[in-house]
Ligand binder design. Structure first.
Ligand code: ATP
Ligand code: MG
Length: 498
């Protein structure tokens, strides 16, 4: 029987999980026997790309020969260089995925399909880039799931039928911070609101600690610290040590530097405050008061930092729930989701029973709209404006239809644009165009012809967009799925009407 797996493609560490014979999600160990695999890539002397702990060490000591943290740049045109050769974030992610697959196949045999997790706040391009990486790595990915939803699913599953009410999922990983408000009823998970920032995580904590050591080193020795003397990896090691102990001493060159937890906390306090503000905004977004939240689930390795836990306690006014394996929770949830979404015939009866009661409902994490002329009759002028059809937080699946009208006599076509924004926005300069097409119109018609636009967002995070000329039923449509690669972004300077 072929295995089904969940993959958490993390900024700093990745993890793979599957469902065992007893119907429980379990981590699949990598070739080194570890539960998590560093998302770092190096080129070996034979020109082979290597991923994992070896690459992580090399990245620390000789960053120019390795790549890391590329998840932060997914969907952008940035590149990282390894030995002078440029690689896109998608290519680098594909190397990681290939390694994860190879190790998973060694442990489980052939893999039928995989679910990959994606930060809730990933924009369309970043989702596309992740799917492109999966394709390049030859992985059969039919579904993706937002990381906080996967984490929530795992916690709901783990706590069994006892979970009823509104909970928060607080995920502080290596690169991104996500917070979600969810409704749980046994195995039924409904996401009410979710927010995230992509430049807030353990990697930033490492940088802050590195700067702190730099400063202390200078004070102590009068000399500037060479980066190689205290690498990002050294910073990560000391940071982890400070989660356990109030003080550590680190050797940098010949100097011994004392690091106190309070000093580290001061160095990261603005980042922690940023996370706190996002939590408060998300509770607001869900239309709730902090008192309505029954519990908080911790996810992500950085929630092991004592100051982060204190911050969660303060914001949510309660003791958070954590597991020992906070950095595996997303992969474990993804494995559950993979089984839930699979052709159930590949599951054993026991496995089937364990996912039987799962129901998941999600909300959209972005706004989607279109650009059209809006008329100001009083001033007799027309301006381009973005009209939002689907709003952030709308329950999935959802479908919205709105009518627009042609503006010119004899108008030949309509420029169809699908826009994305983080909030409801009318100014076209502040939205991203994620798809653009044309709807041809018959000749010689008067103005004011009705064009019906429908956006239907489904459970698989595919948004079907259609632009229909009502008089002739001519239609231009596009399925914007995370799995398709035909969508491209472009600048906002085209007009709806030619
Ligand atoms: N004991 C610890 N104390 C402090 N930080 C820790 C500890 N253990 C792990 N971390 C940090 O947690 C981060 C990794 O967590 P995790 O694997 O959840 O993130 P990720 O999945 O790589 O990132 P993201 O979810 O943002 O893409 C790293 O920055 C790591 O240094
Ligand atoms: Mg993560």
């Amino acid at each position: 029987m072929k295995a089904i797996i969940g993959i958490d493609l993390g900024t700093t560490y990745s993890a793979v999980a599957t469902m065992d014979e007893t119907g429980r999600p379990v981590i699949v160990h990598n070739a080194d026997g570890a539960n998590i695999t560093p998302s770092c890539v190096v080129e070996s002397s034979e020109g082979v790309m290597e991923v994992g702990e070896f690459a992580r060490r090399q990245w620390g000591n000789a960053p120019e020969t390795a790549a890391a943290r590329f998840k932060r740049d997914m969907g952008t045109s940035s590149v990282q260089k390894i030995n002078g050769k440029s690689f896109t974030p998608t290519q680098l992610s594909a190397f990681v995925l290939r390694k994860l697959m190879k190790d998973a196949q060694a442990a489980l045999g052939p893999i039928a399909e995989a679910v990959i997790t994606i930060p809730a706040n990933f924009a369309h391009e970043a989702r596309e880039a992740t799917m492109a990486a999966a394709k390049a790595a030859n992985i059969n990915v039919n579904f993706i799931i937002n990381e906080p939803t996967a984490a929530a699913l795992y916690y709901a599953f783990k706590q069994g039928e006892e979970l009823h009410g509104t909970y928060a999922v607080y995920d502080l990983g290596g690169g991104t911070f996500d917070v979600s408000i969810i409704n749980v009823n046994g195995h039924n998970v409904e996401v009410l609101a979710t927010n995230g920032v992509s430049k807030l995580g353990g990697d930033d904590f490492d940088s802050a600690l590195q700067k702190l050591v730099q400063r202390k080193f200078k004070e102590q020795t009068g000399r500037d610290l060479e980066l190689q003397e205290f690498t990002k990896n050294d910073a990560e090691d000391e940071k982890k040590a400070l989660s356990k102990r109030p003080k550590v001493t680190t050797r940098v060159g010949r100097a011994l530097i004392d690091l106190r937890r309070e000093e580290f906390e001061e160095a990261i306090s603005s980042l922690v405050t940023q996370a706190e503000m996002l939590c408060e905004a998300t509770i607001d977004d869900a239309g709730l008061n902090v008192k309505d939240i029954r519990g908080v689930f911790l996810v992500g390795g950085s929630t092991r930092v004592p100051m982060v836990q204190e911050s969660v306690r303060r914001v949510f006014q309660k003791e958070p729930t954590a597991t020992a394996n906070v950095d595996e929770v997303v992969a474990l949830g993804a494995a559950l989701y993979a089984a839930y979404k699979s052709d159930r015939s590949v599951l054993t009866p026991v496995q089937r029973r364990s996912i039987d009661k799962i129901i998941i409902s999600e909300t959209t994490s972005k706004c989607f709209g279109t650009i059209s002329f809006s008329r100001n009759d009083a001033r007799n002028e027309q301006r381009l404006a973005n009209a939002t059809l689907i709003r952030k937080g709308d329950r999935i699946p959802c479908s919205v239809t709105e009518s627009f009208y042609t503006v010119a006599e004899g108008q030949k076509n309509v420029n169809c644009q699908v826009t994305e924004s983080t909030a409801v926005e009318t100014d076209p300069r502040f939205v991203k165009i994620i798809w653009e097409g044309k709807l041809e119109l018959p000749p010689d018609r008067p103005a004011e012809q009705e064009i019906k636009i429908t956006y239907a967002y489904d459970e698989n995070q595919i948004m079907k967009c259609s632009f229909v000329d009502v008089a002739t039923s001519r239609e231009t449509k596009i399925d914007l799925s995370m799995a398709s690669s035909n969508a491209s972004a472009s600048d906002v300077h085209k007009f709806l009407v030619e």
